[in-house]
Write a protein that binds this ligand. Structure first.
Ligand code: LHQ
Length: 260
């Protein structure tokens, strides 16, 4: 283990910090492997916060000599994306707990995709999102071509992908690409408070919401209604549901254990 991913434990929630500030947290194989391990290891906690150290959030794949054709021909980007970047995205989406992203600075290429894969995204007002892929002759990956049109519509998604222009945090909020743009100085405190709050919520229900929203992207209304009914049935058998209703009747705040 290096310290390319810094893990901060806060009891019920955890902060994962991309920690290569001198390269705006550009990701390489070591860093992505550590990120995947940190995500795998997070199953036990009730919420995660993903952010970056320094003035950038993540500038995407590290661009270095390994990324251009060498004696063995061009690098196998399909294998690279599948083995690393796409495992990060799959893990974020599959984790049975909310993942908050605090975009503290530029989010470019796969860095933008990682942010969009998270459940709730806050961004510093000075941060920008950039589908930088086109600038180096690549296509959006790590889920960007899936998330972006669903969040902002195809007209904007196609233009952002084809032009690679930066989108400010405020515009991203106005377009529904992220939850909120926040003053730079307030970003971390706000993101931490949000994550800490989520860690007190009915975790099993939040995990089922993630399943619902993921399935809803491809389901018919009928299939989605069936899934909602099934997952509501499961949620209705949790201790947190019983506690929630009891607390309502007793006119007090619910105390959720996050258990099934
Ligand atoms: C970097 C990087 C970087 C290395 C900044 N690498 N050093 C691709 C391939 C394979 C499989 C799967 O998926 C992908 C997906 C992708 O992610 S493709 C997209 C890759 N990323 C980019 O194309 C973005 C490249 N970076 C930039 O365009 C700029 O750095 C941005 C616009 C992010 C920020 O610009 P500035 O604020 O002007 O900062 P800077 O360019 O001066 O960067 C600061 C340092 O960070 C600098 O190093 P240096 O030693 O000169 O101070 C950069 O070289 C380094 N850096 N991004 N991706």
């Amino acid at each position: 283990m290096t310290d390319l991913i810094r893990v901060e434990d806060h009891g019920a929630w955890r902060k994962l910090v991309l920690n290569r500030p001198e390269k705006l947290n550009a990701v390489n194989e070591t860093m992505l492997t550590e990120l995947i391990e940190a995500l795998d290891d997070a199953d036990g906690c009730r919420a995660l916060l993903l952010t970056g150290e320094g003035r950038g959030f993540c500038s995407g794949q590290e661009l270095g000599p390994a990324m251009i054709p060498g004696a063995d021909g061009p690098p196998d980007l399909a294998a690279h994306a599948s083995a690393y970047h796409h495992r990060v995205v799959r893990r974020i989406r599959a984790l049975p707990l909310p993942v908050v992203c605090a975009v503290n600075g530029v989010a470019a290429g796969a860095g933008a995709s990682f942010a969009l894969a998270c459940d709730i995204v806050l961004a510093a007002r000075s941060a920008v999102f950039m589908l930088a892929f086109v600038r180096i002759g690549l296509v959006p990956d790590s889920g960007a071509s899936f998330f972006l049109p669903r969040l902002v519509g195809e007209a904007r998604a196609r233009a952002l992908a084809m032009l690679g222009e930066p989108v400010t945090a405020e515009r991203a909020e106005a377009w529904g690409m992220i939850w909120r743009a926040v003053d730079d100085a307030a970003l971390m405190a706000e993101a931490e408070a949000l994550t800490a709050h989520l860690a007190t919520q009915p975790t099993v229900a939040l995990a089922k919401m993630k399943r619902l929203f993921s399935a809803g992207a491809a389901n018919t209304l009928d299939a989605q209604l069936d899934l909602e009914a099934a997952l509501q049935g499961e949620a209705g058998r949790t201790a947190d549901y019983a506690e929630g209703v009891r607390a309502f009747i007793e006119k007090r705040a619910a105390v959720f254990g996050g258990n099934a």
